[in-house]
Design a binder for this molecule. Sequence first.
Ligand SMILES: Nc1ncnc2c1ncn2[C@@H]1O[C@H](COP(=O)(O)OP(=O)(O)OP(=O)(O)O)[C@@H](O)[C@H]1O
Ligand SMILES: C[C@@](O)(CCOP(=O)(O)O)CC(=O)O
Length: 518
Amino acid sequence: MATSKTTTVSSPGKVLLAGGYLVLDREYSGLVVATSSRFYSTVTSLPKSTDQDKVILSVRAGQFPKESSTWTYAVSIQNDRLMIDQINENAVGKNKFISIALFQTLSLAWEKIATESSSQGLDSGHELLRRITNDGKSDGLEIVVLADNDFYSQREQLSAMSLPTQIRSLSSLQPFTPLPRPIPQTNKTGLGSSAALVTSLVASLLSHLNIVTLPSSSPQSNSNHDLQLVHSLAQFAHCLAQGKVGSGFDVSSAVFGTHIYTRFSPSVLSPLMDRPLDSITFSSPTLLPVLESSQWDQRTTAFRLPKGLRLILADVDAGTDTPSFVGKVLTWRKENPEVAKKLWDDLDRANRQIERLLTELVAREGEHDYEETVGWMGERHIEDVTLSCANIHCSQSAPRTVTRSNFANQIPFQIIRDFQRKMSELSGVPIEPPEQTRLLDACSELEGVIGGGVPGAGGYDALFLLIVDTPSVVSRVDNLWSGWKEMSVCPLLAKQSDDGLRLEELIAVKGLKEALGR
Ligand SMILES: Nc1ncnc2c1ncn2[C@@H]1O[C@H](COP(=O)(O)OP(=O)(O)OP(=O)(O)O)[C@@H](O)[C@H]1O
Ligand SMILES: C[C@@](O)(CCOP(=O)(O)O)CC(=O)O
């Protein structure tokens, strides 16, 4: 009889509000905001069958068609090696993010068991299999991954229900709405599905196998050793699956939530990038010394958005494919070092100004008229609002320190956008293309919109706004988006969330139990 032990770990999606491209360089940093929309990875034991002699790990993408979205692997010990082979590759193909995450997680689990028990490599391999099969009482493990609806475009689902592309329509979709086509034929929205997937997958498996102990409330401390280990393992697996070492801001926020991110030196991963991908030799540990190395030099500086403000996101469908921009931008930077340095430094100053001003607003949350002032801003065009740096006081009729001046210049989204357009022009990469400029300009005209931009690498696919969080501001934005003709603009439900990775109780997540078929 299989055990009833169930482990669910969730990781948030991300929005890189400021610092696209710059964050690839350790000299600069990026402002990454985690989203309320999450990826959930749930591990349980498979039942014991009479005809199965293999140890099985099965991963199913729960909201996609089952027959094309279940990847099944056999884990075995052969001579002095732990082997992992996909047994249904002909039927469903590979999913590199899953196979690599599983393989590296088992490698790490084996090394941890060997190190902590000082046992022989082979014994540790058997101990790992014992944990996977719950002492031989099960065939192995089933992992179901489910993503909040925001991670994938819901346009078709809304249209099938004759609903407009508006926030209230999205709220009426069932959680983890089934999607009709396999993952490669499904449009993503840019929230970072692969980073949230890999992070929740490795964390849920390590936790289920008792290799790490995870916090059940969101981790505030980035110095927790087990979380650091999950972070470095997830970064490594994600880089291997992507075939490149990116900045890692997406995995960092999937683990630690919202923060200011300075990347790790890519050289920390160099000793691991050529490891074999399908077998572990039971010799001395190779992963742990790198993943636990003191050379991990990324920085995560605490940050959050002020109360009363809301991040609102849209998935934009311009019928244009956004190819990878990174290569082109970096080539241009290399060929034009002086111009690029000035642009990078200017942009960085504006990015840090945003961080500083938003942090100052957070510090004022306790002031008696904070809410009133923020509400007041919600009814005004942003260029008509100034918050004096020393004083936030104002009154509805005659605001004392809120004068006609330029709050937009203080929270410099416009300035950042100007620099991004300059970057577009100089590098020939449409980071903020004209279609997005027109849409963002129209949004910025609305009362209560503080600013916005194209997140991350930019392009045609997505848009973010920072707005005053009142129903009237949300509905002004919602109406503008749904009536926009030049491109199809579909809101996401996600807001900002400070939280990173966390252990979940099944019943506490709306719709999760049902989506898991429990
Ligand atoms: N629900 C899922 N279940 C299993 N694998 C998934 C799931 N969602 C995404 N993936 C994996 O992640 C890959 C997409 O990763 P890729 O790096 O191309 O996009 P991304 O940058 O994470 O996307 P986005 O930021 O738009 O969400 C898919 O090809 C698939 O292998
Ligand atoms: C361009 C870059 O700085 C950000 C890409 O962000 P996004 O995937 O577009 O959200 C690349 C990176 O940081 O890895």
